[in-house]
Design a protein around this ligand. Sequence first.
Ligand SMILES: *Cc1c(COP(=O)(O)O)cnc(C)c1O
Length: 496
Amino acid sequence: MDALYHSTRSADATVTSKQAILAGIASDGGLYVSDALTDTHINIDELNGAGYHAIARKVLSALLGDYTNDEIADCVAAAYNTNFSSAEVTPVSPLGDDWLLELFHGPTCAFKDVALQMLPRLMSVARTTEGGSNKVMIVTATSGDTGKAALAGFADVAGTGVTVFFPAGKVSDIQRLQMVTQVGANVAVAGIEGTFDDAQTQVKRIFADTALNDRLAKTGVVLSSANSINVGRLVPQVAYYFSAYAQLVAKAAITPGEAVSYVVPTGNFGDVLAGYYAKQMGLPVAKLIVASNSNKVLTDFLTTGTYDRRREFVKTISPSMDILVSSNLERLLYYASDGDVELVGDLMTKLSTTGVYTLPRSVMDRIRTSFDCGFASDQDTRDAIATTWRDTGVLIDPHTAVAKHVMDTMERDTFPRICLATASPYKFCADVLFALGKDTSGMDGFACMEALSTLTNTTAPEQLAALSGARELHNDVVSQQEMAAFVTDACARVFA
Ligand SMILES: *Cc1c(COP(=O)(O)O)cnc(C)c1O
């Protein structure tokens, strides 16, 4: 089936999945969705004994109908290769009476690798067959992890450049080093004065800036997005929900058809939305539990029905979730309202003009049948890291700990629960070490890394340990007004 995509804000113009992946975002500012989602069914009995590659091929083929089976198979084989340090790609391990879905075994040690090792390959195939421009500049705002995963995915990919903006001073030491040490002739990295939301807003503005895009078009350059608003990032994430389920069946921890709940540390709502896609496609999901940090817009939204971003931004120890505008929620609004594009457009206008909107009761009730929620303060997060280590011997990062806290404070129902582990604890050594009761004052990221390793008798991932000798290559910090010019300069340099 050729799943056609259109904007969440208008169903008039349809595109293929290849075109949607090349464009990133629809021209009216909406996100690409497919009405075929609920018709795409994956038979879980067929996943019996299937490895990650087979599952990923099935999921991608179902959602990206205009890619041939060979194209999908090549992309899967190349993306989930030895660059993941686990043969299962995303292994499931025990976590007390629950399960941990380890999504951090990719090249940059965060779950974003699962999608960002795939996206450049999907784009390259689409460019070849759709005749797209061979000068594509990927422009990405990052709260910390997307940036490095995008750099790793797109570095030295022919015909492509990648520009990353991160909120200066609001990412961990190791996260910053991962980005500013990135080598490659086609990369540009800058800190910005502001928050992730500011960076994301400006990037969306850059995509919508007709004059800028026209100027670039004259030099043959088109802009595209690697943020989780891109269909090509969302779809690969659906696979690990199925894979986790298949792994539990293989361990005889569940029987095929039995419903399970997933607890998801959430920021931009991409990861948990992939779980919703999996559910729509037939995965037996009891609840998707949206776990937030102190920037708990989503907890409040799911509790009250009102999305209100008019609040103080809180800098937390789970920085990749320090987000007040969760872009991918727009896709859920589309599906939960039965494709009411007018309603979605209206709500999004309200959000950008007044900062607040309220959902109709019927739509909210529908969302609540699939989603539950909770949040963790920084202290809750530290406590969860400490107690998890003490009680289970599993070392978790602060983002995963947010989910663990939410899971532990919820009333336990009968469903098996899978907690998504989104980053290696070694990306956040200082905060993890502190949570385990150590004084970290005066210690840099690497001193903390060593101390954490000694204390827990675990080993830092090689690619993070190697940062200690790497040269810092990108030290620009720009204002929000300067971001567009930074992109223009990067295009000129990369495509000179
Ligand atoms: C990006 C990220 C999240 C949030 O995922 P979303 O898809 O933005 O909701 C959670 N944890 C880590 C470590 C991340 O990098």
